[in-house]
Design a protein. Structure first.
Length: 305
């Protein structure tokens, strides 16, 4: 699977760093999996999943969400207070329109903040969801009630951080702290290191700027659009950032959805439960292919003899 870097410009002028993974002979109408990453991470957080999909015949699209990795936040300091998760939902729409062939059905996946991004897209653009999207994977995420900012002074500190100098988090992202807060029972050391490096490179302004939007997020408007789609929800029982009751609330709101809890995993499921994530994504994509095949059979049966 080859990687093609792209730059996609949003309507507000933000230049998003996008990566398209596909084989040279991938047909335009092959299913596309678009994966949104979480807060203080980058597109690299999906690397284990992408590597496992190398021989799948699918197209995989990743991008650094605004303010993360190589993508600027796209707002002036005086505008930071206007940032919401809906900016990210609109960014996802722009990425899909820019790099996914029109004839390609789309499976969306989102981890943590990325799951909120997917739901925001669905809430804002339900007609496009109906026309283009054929399945959704929500990983360690929530639609509302994240409880961020519950500690005294936390929200004010994050607001000040958002408007400060855009410095890398660096030493603040300590290995032991990352392991304890983000992972479950037995993470691979190289996975903890990979996540630590992503968090350490994240600008402090991004930490602050997205704290408020995540604390206030409410993307339950997505449920109507998602109600017509296959949806898979995956959570780690040891997740300290997005407790299982948040994902269970999604499952209850989407009665047709599939809910899976990984007993020993924490928040970083793309690393801790790679095989499960890959199975869910390929299963959703396989449903697209099966649906097409059934449609072709029905068309032949209905054709005049």
């Amino acid at each position: 699977m080859e990687q093609t870097p792209r730059t996609v410009v949003t309507p507000d002028g933000t230049m998003l760093s996008v990566h398209v993974h596909s084989a040279r002979d991938t047909p335009a109408d092959a299913p596309t999996i678009a994966l949104a990453h979480g807060w203080t991470l980058t597109h690299e957080s999906w690397r284990p999943v992408v590597d496992a999909l190398a021989d799948s015949g699918l197209r995989v699209v990743l991008w650094d969400q605004r303010g993360h990795g190589r993508s600027p936040i796209g707002l002036r300091r005086s505008q930071i207070d206007t940032l919401t998760v809906d900016h990210l939902g609109r960014d996802l729409r722009t990425v899909v329109r820019a790099v996914v062939p029109p004839e390609s059905p789309v499976v969306l996946g989102g981890h943590s903040l990325g799951g909120m991004t997917v739901m925001s897209y669905a809430a804002q653009f339900p007609d496009e969801i109906a026309a283009r999207v054929r399945g959704v994977l929500l990983v360690a995420t929530a639609s509302h009630g994240t409880e961020l900012g519950s500690r005294r002074g936390e929200a004010r500190f994050m607001r000040l951080l958002a408007k400060g100098m855009p410095l890398p988090a660096g030493p603040a992202a300590r290995y032991k702290a990352q392991r304890a807060s983000l992972f479950g029972d037995s993470p691979a050391p190289e996975h903890v290191t990979a996540v630590r490096e992503q968090v350490a490179s994240t600008r402090t302004t991004t930490f602050g700027a997205f704290h408020g939007p995540m604390a206030r997020v409410d993307v339950r408007g997505a449920f109507a659009a998602l109600g017509a789609l296959p949806v898979s929800i995956v959570v780690g029982r040891r997740d300290r950032l997005t407790p299982t009751e948040r994902s269970r609330a999604l499952w209850l709101a989407l009665p047709h959805s599939r809910w899976t809890e990984v007993p020993t995993a924490g928040h970083m499921l793309p690393y801790e439960a790679t095989d499960l994530i890959v199975r869910e994504l390929t299963g959703l994509a396989a449903g697209v292919v099966a649906g097409r095949a059934a449609g072709r059979v029905a068309a032949r049966e209905d054709a005049p003899s």
